[in-house]
Design a protein around this ligand. Sequence first.
Ligand SMILES: *Cc1c(COP(=O)(O)O)cnc(C)c1O
Length: 431
Amino acid sequence: MTDADLLARTLSAVWHPCTQMKHLEQAPPLAIARGEGPWLIDPDGRRYLDAISSWWVNLFGHANPRINAALIDQLSRIEHVMLAGCTHAPVVELSERLGQLTGLGHAFYGSDGASATEIALKMSFHFWRNSGRPEKTGFISLKNGYHGETLGALSVTDVALFKDIYAPLLRHSHQAMSPDARLAAPGESAFDYALRAAADLEAHLAEHADSTAAIILEPLVQGATGMAMYAPVYLQRVRELCDQYQVHLIADEIAVGFGRTGTLFACEQAGIRGDFLCLSKGITGGYLPLSCVLTTDSIYAAFHGDATARGFLHSHSYTGNPLACRAALAVLDIFEQDDVIVANRAKAARFTELLAEVVAHPRVRNFRHTGMIWAFDVVDAAPDFSDDFHRRALARGVFIRPIGHSVYFMPPYVIEEAEMRLLAETTLACL
Ligand SMILES: *Cc1c(COP(=O)(O)O)cnc(C)c1O
């Protein structure tokens, strides 16, 4: 199949995500034939550095030999079996290991991030019903928060472009002030601003806690709306408020989990734990769709009993898929064997150094960095800045997609010095 063939056929046969298909006629998608480490390779052999980890899912590179080997081994055993009424070694082992790593347990599986959000929202609501508090049905999320795009997840997502058109289908939820440090008043520290945002949440809870089931948030980094970063003290304060007002905390670590913020899970940096933890994206190293919700023993206990309807009857066909679980186990092995969190610290420090000229560029504002995520905003950005920057970078062999006027880097952890240099130089040239 030639390149031109593939593009014509994708336009007629494939409905691409997050895309106005008419725009795709002018700016055709990049055809990818292979991958290798942090590189995407097109059918003609041209290479593009995957600076955003294929929508934040890839951790250890494309075609990773260790994950490949685990999957090949699993293929010869069992590719899939339903998890209602059956079990298998990969799902048991993965659940035990995630339990040890998070201090939570009772792993419930879905396929995508949005399904994890749905599961956590339903579980929280159902917990309060089972606990004799059926009036606790409301949800709180944060301004500029993102939790996925199925109807329940979209109800707690705050992105007008994705949400407004579907408003008649969505359930109302309250959006509390975002702790985004960029919103601090002149002279106000990120820390003080985070406390002010937490006070806004408290004001809402003081009035509405009785009808509120949970607050859902993205710990440390609000990803989809442009990598907004905030002080960990916000999470500490939210944890205190949730305890005080008897409201669940749902930590959506779908994007920030698995080392993205510099610790295995972002909540560790605030020394707190959610009542629910949602994981996906990096969980399989970007290989297979898998998501997981972990919770506390006491929440789990509220579903336990003789009545079937007291249980959590949610399911997906591919819940706990053995191949996906094996990929996730291989990912956890790599974290352990290569001491990835420690190795990433040195890598992150080096890349930040290499970005010095970018940071000093007159068009760059609000440079920010947490773990393996870097972002900045561009002043005087034209309306088509994001597409334009994307095309210019692509011509230089870098695959990157700014969100509005925010440029961000979220590279696979296998990125090396020369590739970091290319990324920094390309960014400077595109600016
Ligand atoms: C991507 C994302 C989701 C949704 O995950 P999908 O797999 O795209 O459904 C939910 N929450 C956060 C924080 C995300 O970044």
